[in-house]
Design a protein around this ligand. Structure first.
Ligand code: ZN
Length: 205
């Protein structure tokens, strides 16, 4: 499945994005306290997978936060070269949701940069989407890169989070996300056990 990465131009885009994430990771206490910067990152050849949300994201150039603008622009440049995923089916979340949402594993056991120390996903939700209650074993930290979203955690008041803000989810703690007039682009970091497991929707009986 993996080969050595030998496409120089694409490699530069991946390394530039990694550096932009590193800059945030080591300078924002919530990130570095959540988990240290992984020391075993190795770029792998993974076939890109396109989804409609990638095209929407690549057109997002305004309303950016000065602190995260460079990272946002790196991710837009990288977007055509990554393995976009969705994890859910149309029967679960609907066609409109799947047309305007997606994520990719940048760091992780099956990520573009291989590591066994953490997972780091980049995720995009377009405006006016509802991501229903879901949970996963790994602990999670959201870092908002651009835009904003309303975060709901079981047992807590909903909160609107904007660029540079973070949100922590305990292991298996149900959480949900709603975007209103703005889209949201976020870095999601996982730690602990369950790095190779997926999110599951909470099924209400
Ligand atoms: Zn989550």
């Amino acid at each position: 499945m993996y080969m050595k990465y030998n496409n120089k131009m694409n490699e530069d885009i991946f390394l530039t994005t990694k550096n932009a994430i590193h800059q945030q990771w080591v300078n924002i206490p919530e990130l570095v306290n959540f988990t240290p910067w992984p020391t075993d990152l190795t770029l792998k050849e993974i076939k890109p997978n396109h989804i409609p949300a990638s095209t929407i994201l690549q057109k997002w150039k305004t309303g950016l936060n000065p602190q995260t603008k460079r990272l946002h622009e790196c991710i837009c440049t990288l977007a055509p070269h990554v393995n976009w995923q969705q994890n859910y089916f149309e029967e679960e979340l609907g066609r409109d949701f799947l047309n305007r949402y997606g994520f990719f594993e940048l760091f992780g056991p099956t990520g573009h940069f291989h590591t066994i120390q953490t997972c780091a996903y980049i995720a995009y939700w377009d405006s006016k989407l509802y991501y229903p209650w879901h949970f996963h074993e790994a602990e999670e930290l959201y870092f908002i890169i651009s835009g904003q979203a309303e975060f709901k955690l079981e047992g807590q008041q909903p909160e609107i989070l904007t660029a540079t803000k973070t949100c922590f989810h305990r292991s298996n703690q149900p959480h949900a996300l709603t975007t209103h007039s703005q889209p949201v682009l976020a870095l999601l970091i996982w730690r602990g056990s369950g790095l190779t497991l997926k999110s599951s929707l909470l099924v209400h009986k």
